[in-house]
Write a protein that binds this ligand. Sequence first.
Ligand code: SF4
Length: 468
Amino acid sequence: MLVSMSESTNFFSRAQGSVEVAARFAELHPALENTAAVTESQRCLYCFDAPCTAVCPTHVDVPKFIKKIASGNLEGSARSILDANILGASCARACPVQVLCEGACVMHRYNKQPIEIGRLQRFAMDALHASGDPLPFAPGADTGSRVALIGGGPASLACAAELRRRGVKAEIFDARPLPGGLNTYGIAEYKLPLAESLREIDLLAQLGVEFHFETVVDAAKLAELEASYDALFLGMGLGGIHKLGVVGESLQGVTNALDFIAGYKSGTIHAAPARVAVIGAGNTAIDAANAAVRLGASEVHMVYRRGSEQMSAFAFEYEHAREAGVKFLWHVMPVGVAGTTHVHGLELAHMETMEDGSLAPKPGETFMLAVDLIVVAIGQATHTEFLDRMPAQDGDKVRLERGRIVIDRETGQTSNPKYFAGGDCVNGGREVVDAVADGKRAGIGIAAWLAGQRQKSQKPAGGDDANA
Ligand code: SF4
């Protein structure tokens, strides 16, 4: 299904189904009021060589946009943000600022609270959205080149914006019915509401990005796109969540964290049962556990085979889950799922460390946790195997390493010069802002490469020798 530019500017209206769920997911960091935003912006020291900017993967000029808030120039502030990060609104909400810009703020050196950069960025971006003003950029003069972007998440969106600003046609292909990838379907509603993700994409679509929804790109489709487009960007993120590999895993009531989060965000899941177990200890697992609490579960356990000190979730996410009432079971792993058609128990084994340092379940030391729902969140697999099956029509195949696409770090180009890539399918799963930085770099890289190709094709036969 192709959605043209004019139709695409109302994605936001398709978020109405999530209003009821959104009401139960009060935002973690509410918006700043006008006076509070100005006061906070005036606290900033507007540092030269600001560490907050250096640590941001997209290098948003933090002192510049904050200074503009202080002087009342909100439009200029939003423009400064968007210049560096076209998804500045979603990053303001979804970024782990505690370990990025706010973590690097010089205020820490003076034992003062860091500047609330994330909330100030959101303040500027919300003001732009509320104003109804158009995106402060126009598409570049048409170059005649066309790029197909696989996946509609942050990497592809950022790449498409850079291409459009340079006059390159950008068409996004995504298997889902709405754009945004993880921004729309995978980030907890209390951090980034689905409606906000769509509202941001409506603004970006003003650049003339086109969307093909519900379009699965497999090896055959990719070969078709390769034949029709001048370059391709691979931004399809990761695939499904790993399986537990235990008996009973296919019973009703066993799901994975991404489906669970996407389900309540898109309005197909309205409530959680009383007893929920979440398996894993990453940030996605925390999001799923917190969501289960907000959806009405009375007893939510997180289950992890190691200890709290080894969990991959950020410390502030862990604290957030503890405050929400989530309980943690450390040093245990699932060895079976009990039930007839529907799950009613999760069999867990205590872990022991073997001589070689590996972990193994202690023989005979298992116990049963009564549950009504199991949410698996033990990491995602890559989804790049179709690239291996792709007929190499135009040079080398796209090179993979351990399932991840290998790119040139400067341009995002892969081993096949016509293909570029970025985001989770390259880095294995990092933050939204990392995907945006990858997409931005690849968009610039693709436009430069296409310009070179056009120049080559315009040279007269014989090239320089013709003038000899
Ligand atoms: Fe402002 Fe802190 Fe950045 Fe300095 S480091 S510019 S004080 S936000």
